[in-house]
Design a protein around this ligand. Sequence first.
Ligand code: ADP
Ligand code: MG
Length: 743
Amino acid sequence: MNIEYLCTIKKITHMAILRFKALEEVLKRQPLSVQLPNVPVSDYFAMNVFDRPKMKKYLSKEAFESVVMAMDHGLKIDRKMADQVASGMKAWAIEKGASHYTHWFHPLTDSTAEKHDGFFETNFDGDKLEVFDGDKLVQQEPDASSFPSGGIRSTFEARGYTAWDPSSPAFMVGQTLCIPTIFVSYTGEALDYKAPLLNAVSVLDKAAAAVCQYFDKDITKVHSTLGWEQEYFLVDDALYNARPDLILAERTLMGHASAKNQQLEDHYFGAIPDRVVAFMQEFEIESFKLGIPLKTRHNEVAPNQFEVAPIFEEISLANDHNLLVMDVMRRVARKHNFRVLFHEKPFKGVNGSAKHNNWSMATNTGVNLLKPGKNPKSNMMFLTFLANVVKAVFDHADLLRASIVSAGNEHRLGANEAPPAIVSVFLGTHVSAMLDEIVTKVSNKPLTPDQKTELKLNIGKIPEILMDNTDRNRTSPFAFTGNRFEFRAVGASANSAAPMIALQTAVADQLLKFKAEVDELIEKDVKKDDAIFQVLRRIILDSKAIRFEGNGYSKEWAEEAERRGLTNIKEAQEALKAYISEKTLKLFEENGVMTERESHARYEVRLEKFKKQLQIESRVLGDLAINHIIPTAIQYQNLLINNVEGMMDIFEKAEAKSLAKTQIDTIKAISLHVKEIVEKCEEMRLARKDANELEDCEEASQAYARKVKPYLETIREHIDSLELIVDDELWPLPKYRELLFVR
Ligand code: ADP
Ligand code: MG
């Protein structure tokens, strides 16, 4: 296509030129050749991480031991040791060519933050040296006034500081040494996700280890495990740059469905396009060097949608690694002329992206607490943890729902592709039957030896049953998958810490209650086994309503859930309120995970973000509609009018009208759409204005959700209809069929 020629005959806009140039670029793209290391991954895995083997080499024995104690047991590192660690870390980093260091932290924005400082310093004597001491390692004061804090830190007392988290190793990206840190205000409140996550990790450790003591005295420590599956879309860079909505709102606010999208179901697990393979190879190599154990890559359901998943790790490290991988992917994608989209629903009508959080608990003795064991006793332990998790999810379903809420995720939840807004737990028929058996067999009386033997025999059979138990349920937000739970409702762009803090704390709280009740019975001379069975029976009964084995997408389930008294809060701004319910505030406060102020802060930050995202979407849509779509539609309409006028010159009026019927109908249709778009955009602007005037964030978010958001859909429908009518050569934005199929 000759764009210059088109410009002279059709006066296409600069946006349309951008679109055509982008399409030309895309046709010319070739897979980038990636320099493969040609050695096994184990040769370079974690080469950019200051991990234990490197610490051993670069630190004195004392300093090494003090870091290990901090990593494994949360002990503090004293100032002298910190100096030694800093100096070892610096030596390692400088040998690898580092010029800068940064404290790497997770503010409440869902992404990561860093501020780089050079190692290099000079002094009055003119000495030139590389400086990095314990102070700089342990604590820094980033200029933090512009991170969201939900009112904790007003701008006039803007100081916050970052503090080293020795449980997550330092790493190098490019020439920068990155030190994972927590981010706290001077009044001691957490301004990030990492600090409360570490609290939740330690709370669950203690609660779970105490319960394990009933079954195995060797278990003294329990850590949680997280294996995330990250879904994402890839879009060609040039096409992305021709879509202001993708650039500014991270999702397409308009675009008619492509004739072909995912209906043939030919993308999932299909052959990965060469350009994408090259991108994957490169970001995987980068990730391996950072010690991230990536394992799986495949196509996802939607065109241009893919997934990456690692081997699971300790939860806080796994979460660091997830955030790091997202950064690496963004960076490497640019090199390959891609943009990676983590938005939960970048395209209407095709599946959105999630982050499935596979979660379990593991003991210091190497036992996975959610995996059935080899003997009745370990299976008892398995059932105990399983039942307590179900109860925790039942008690705090609303909080779990709130923890995954975002403007983007709202498009996924409840659509026929992702778990509904109703939180339920899937266990699979056999495990479910096992819990029910406990309910029927156990009573408040001690079990007879025969009953006990029978029950234990059945419990002992669980592993065999599970071995060939293939029932999986992809419609459940919280599904047991044989040796872990999979929390499938988390959004692709989210920091998983929020849902994991909620889950960990809820489970810890439940385990503490469970233990207290069992101990109380034991004190009343009930035998330990009987006491455990009796309390289990009660919690299984109490939490039965949350268990659901059927199709979570179905209408029947929504009705059934309502009968069961489960909540189904579809609106994000309403669902978020669970963050500040009395129950939640108490849960976090009493378990020492977050103070009431910290919970309130997270609520406010998330609500504010939700509102701002709608504000941005609405502004971008208004601009594109009025300044790009309508002029284009009118231009095409003028071409048609010229054509009809020409017909009038050649033919009799009546004949001309009949011959030009299609053109005349189209002229009318365009006018109607244009009129609607203009009117709706103006109404939307006024609704936005009203919402902006509301000072209270709750009221403003409500107004945005109920008064502004509906216009996004209505306006879009008219634009998408215009897309089908208007001359393709005039259309200013890359279409779905162009965006969604990598060549
Ligand atoms: P699927 O798509 O079938 O759910 P994947 O292989 O894509 O499975 O992902 C499964 C994820 O679950 C991986 O990240 C894996 O490491 C993780 N996983 C497996 N066992 C555990 C466990 N005990 N704790 C946490 N995560 C686990
Ligand atoms: Mg999965």
